[in-house]
Design a protein around this ligand. Structure first.
Ligand code: ATP
Length: 240
């Protein structure tokens, strides 16, 4: 790990029972960059995000955010330290309005004025959400729900955003918009993103670094452009 790395995952072993899913995973993500984790179904990509965000506890290894070991840190403290996780399926609360859902993302902040400013920024970023702020979550389209989940994470002004399958179920145009937005957030605000995607082409088009997982291990880490151009690797692990 270097001072340029915001996240370091070191020798992490984790799973859901006695049999581990992740077998000694090592990964670093430099600050202000986008890393895309790709690989077949069941490779352990979602499990890796869950281990980083404290949803499951590694049986060994370390997860270090900005030089601080996160072991034993309660999940709500992780949010305060700048970590936001948007899970697959997105977790929008259907009964709450857009505005209420977004405010949940900033509830932990003591500085209410700063939380309101962050909320305004999200409405500027996602104009459709601003128009529908009084609508309940269940009235939103798939793309709008994805925006809402992302917006809720951004209201907390995270330093590290963990995104699980943001393109799932979305039209290609909306996927392209989401990827463009991630790039903009990286460039304009220095946000660091760890992105898990089945949509390998989209993920590698936006990422700086590509991370290929298979059977709970990282098989290769390379600049995203190099991965895109490496036909052997693509055939072996990514199916195209
Ligand atoms: P996908 O794209 O299909 O979600 P993935 O790479 O994200 O794949 P994981 O969801 O991390 O893979 O799953 C890795 C392994 O862990 C799989 O064998 C899966 O069956 C198992 N697994 C996932 N979630 C659980 C759970 N809640 N309890 C037990 N085993 C699980």
């Amino acid at each position: 790990m270097t001072p340029d790395d915001l996240l370091a995952v070191q020798g992490v072993v984790a799973g859901y029972g006695p049999v581990p899913v992740l077998h000694s995973v090592d990964l670093t993500v430099p600050r202000g960059s986008i890393a895309a984790v790709v690989g077949a179904n069941g490779a352990g990509k979602t499990t890796l995000l869950r281990a980083i965000s404290g949803m499951i506890r590694p049986t060994s290894g370390r997860i270090v955010l900005d030089g601080e070991d996160l072991r034993g840190t309660p999940v709500e403290q992780l949010v305060r330290r700048g970590l936001a996780h948007v899970p697959e399926g997105r977790g929008v609360i259907s009964e709450l309005t857009v505005d209420e859902n977004l405010r949940l993302g900033g509830l932990w902040r003591r500085d209410r004025a700063a939380a309101d400013r962050a909320l305004d920024d999200v409405y500027q970023l996602f104009e459709p959400l601003a128009r529908r702020r009084r609508h309940p979550g269940h009235q939103l389209s798939g793309g709008e729900r994805q925006m809402l989940a992302l917006g809720r994470a951004l209201v907390g002004r995270p330093r590290l955003l963990l995104l699980d399958e943001p393109s799932l179920g979305l039209a290609p145009r909306v996927v392209a918009q989401t990827m463009a937005l991630l790039r903009r957030l990286r460039d304009d605000t220095g946000l660091t993103v760890l992105l898990v995607e089945q949509n390998v082409r989209s993920a590698l088009s936006v990422a700086d670094q590509g991370v290929v997982m298979a059977l709970g291990r990282i098989v290769t880490t390379a600049p995203a452009t190099a991965l895109r151009d490496d036909a052997d690797l693509r055939h072996a692990y990514l199916g195209f």
